[in-house]
Design a protein around this ligand. Sequence first.
Ligand SMILES: [Mg+2]
Length: 172
Amino acid sequence: MSLLMPTVALASMTDIRPSLLRELKTDAILLDVDNTLAPPTSHIPYEGVQEWIDHIKSLGIHIVICSNNYKKRIKPFSDSVGLDCVAMSLKPFPFGFNRAKRKLKEKPQSVLVVGDQVYTDVLGANLAGMKSILLLPRSEEHGITIRIRRKMEVGVRKKLTLWNEGDNHGNQ
Ligand SMILES: [Mg+2]
């Protein structure tokens, strides 16, 4: 079960505060796109996401988008928010995370993966030796495979406590 547990669980991207990143000793962040930064297929980020990206970058933390979606979806989105990207990451397999890690020249333990899915983002981070933040999915989802993965996530999500500012512990 522990391979499926994120380091921290939060409601949304904009809840990731610099104080938490310091606590997690984060030097670089790998971001999922669909249902994390924007609704699936949309090129418009959720409210506050662009400001969050700009602020975190200004603190000297590197950010790379790491998505399982196609390059034609991910590259224009990444360009529009001002980030480098790895498309077709094949999460939870380590290929995409390793490509991103080489771009960043960081050790896995200082890399934080942020996403909305247990069986891609969180499992992939744990297999790669990286920390992770699991978010709540924000948009409605229609595909059959995502519905199955969401059902599989229920047991994990029940065990999670959403992290609050001032807490000094995550879920691991
Ligand atoms: Mg996603």
